[in-house]
Design a protein around this ligand. Sequence first.
Ligand code: DL6
Length: 821
Amino acid sequence: RCELSNRTGMDSETLKRAFLNNLFYVQGKFPALATTNDYYMALAYTVRDRLLQRWINTAATYTELGSRTVAYFSAEFLMGPHLGNNLINLGIYDQVEQGMAELGLSLDELQEEEEEPGLGNGGLGRLAACYLDSLATLDIPSLGYGIRYEFGIFDQDIRDGWQVERTDKWLSAGNPWEIARPEWSVEIKLGGHTEHYTDDHGNYRSRWVPDQVVKGIPYDTPILGYQTNTANTLRLWTAEAPESFDFRSFNSGDYLGAVYEKMISENISKVLYPNDDSSQGKQLRLTQQFFFVSCSLQDMIRILHGQNLPLENFHKKFAVQLNDTHPAISVVELMRLLIDHHQMDWEQAWTITHQTFAYTNHTLLPEALERWPIELFGSLLPRHLELIYEINQRFLDEVRIKFPDDEERMIRMSLIDESGERYVRMAHLACVGSHAINGVAALHTELLQKDVLRDFYEMYPHKFTNKTNGVTPRRFMVLSNSQLSKLITSKIGDSWIKNLKELQQLEQFVDDAGFQVEWRRIKQHSKTELATYIQNNNNITVDPDSLFDIQAKRFHEYKRQHLSLLHIVTLYNRIKANPDIEITPRTFIFGGKAAPGYFMAKLIIKLINSVGNVVNRDPDVRGRLKVVFLKDYNVKLAQRIYPAADLSEQISTAGKEASGTGNMKFALNGALTIGTLDGANVEIREEVGEENFFLFGLTTEEVYHKRAHGYRSRDYYHTNAELKLAIDRIASGFFSQGDAELFRPLVDDLLNQDQYFLFADYASYIACQDQVAAVYKDQTKWTRMSILNAARMGKFSSDRSIEDYCRDIWKVEPVNVELRQ
Ligand code: DL6
């Protein structure tokens, strides 16, 4: 009994005892010899024990009830550190903090020790993580399925202002949050050819004869909901060579051959592709996609059989969400498993498949739409290519019936692109194989329907719905902004944490002077903490009284970090022209990674650092402007940044950002947004009120119109003196020690192409920023706007998003979990 309470008890004394026990028995250390990592591990195991009790009871309940389950298929899960979040969701953060303090340890320091699992690039992977949190919080039976990359997103260093990539060794100190389940390993096939034969019933059938077999081993991580017993599972697959393979080669004496094959197999889950919003078409990437999808579907069939449910019930037991097209091959893989392995007929297999899958699109950028050269596809997945041809033929027959004599439409909609080299179009496959298709913000869904997926919308209007993204208030408020969370709770109680709409009640305090003072004090506190971080990491002194103007997200031309740079250079030029000019002091903070092969994005990072080097040191500036690039932006750093922001930069070209979720996290933490009518900005502005949002720039229609009528950025350059001066300064080498070549590619691109309409939006952006500066001087007004922003963010909880998916797409109900064992 004592042993059990050591592992489950939640009071401060038991937690401390359990912690010291784990230090001794798991880490094999006593305090005098223990490192910070030992302490972190001991605490992580202490917390894990509490999770295990809930996890096991959850699994037992689901098994007993045979509950309908959501399977979230995603090539990325950007979970962020687990420790703090689990403490919050268990409701023992304060006890543990106190217990650690009594032992002379700082919980903050222990949390810093955790290597975060960076198994995602940005928005898409972080969304998957928020959705797992909400699924568990809402007691929805669910499984996240993905890849356990040995190397997640690279660590970013900055050398001489340039981004340098280092491998992320997140597993090197061990991972206390996962449990390997080798007993549930599965095998997947790759390559080879197909054979045709007639079965015992005289049916003509195909089978796949692969030339490689790889083993997938599942590693499970518990995902605990907030203030509930539900702990769902994130199941990530690691690739290994199967033993049988080794035996064969070892026995033939080819030891090195066997080791080589093992290495090739293990490469599959070695590294996350670091591209965000673009697809490279590499064979290893397709292999990764097929690997995790095939492992997961086989695992689901095992679960189904384990619950004595027939295969015909697959779609009743599981609702599978495809997180973009990365897992879209699962449509074909499920067909193959049902037809080739389980001898189902085509119609029944198709009904099951189609009712199982739903597809979320996350991008409007053409370069991100995945397609695979037929040759490559066929050499890796020969049987799947045959099945795709068959699916396509049947699909095109349907199109022909609905739209007779429209050959052009058939060519556009085909699963195979035959306009040049032939490709398999994964978005088309996902649309055909799913019963539901959604975009991630209202504008995005509208643009999918009107443009990117228009033919599919005309074919299947009933499949389309919008599901606006959301973020979890547990990680991005309760954990990362504890002071603000406590202030809110002191005023309206704590039920806002599970029902974010309740934040609305804060509106009654918007003009309460005492509340405003507290609100400001907390913002100031977070800014001071970030200022200390900047001092320690960048050796730059920034003033916490200055306006913290932050753009933190992946680097991409469409996100237009360089538009913010043009603003910085413009302010700098104004100061140089008139050193006594009255300006609102600002600290410009950037964070984000560029894809390693994306030259222009990396050049923009270099330009930020180059401008910073000049501006931060120029005595004329007198500290009124500071430019900071925070390296290695990840979830941990994001949690420091959101609470400290006054202004959130959401300045993508209209029609390019599918949704954005950073925009939601900033506003929830009381930052005001300067933004375009793009992605979820549109809905954020609707919610917070147009008077509380700094809007600028072209609309999507205006962008389309300009593009169609011959946009000439140079005209703006010649007619706007401030723009011209800003560009000329960059081009002259002023920020690059006289080197006029360094930023030429960027300047030339803006002058000659400007695909993302920076010059067209420049004047409106600068005018809007001038307005921001004016409002910031009136701190009472600013604070009022800040409170209203946070108070009106209720819609953007990931709980709301998940409720929408559950009701409209997944048709799944909550299941209550009792603690019995
Ligand atoms: O839906 C999550 C997130 C959106 O908020 C971003 O606007 C969008 O850019 C991002 N998309 C990707 C693209 N990956 N693919 N394909 O990360 O999704």
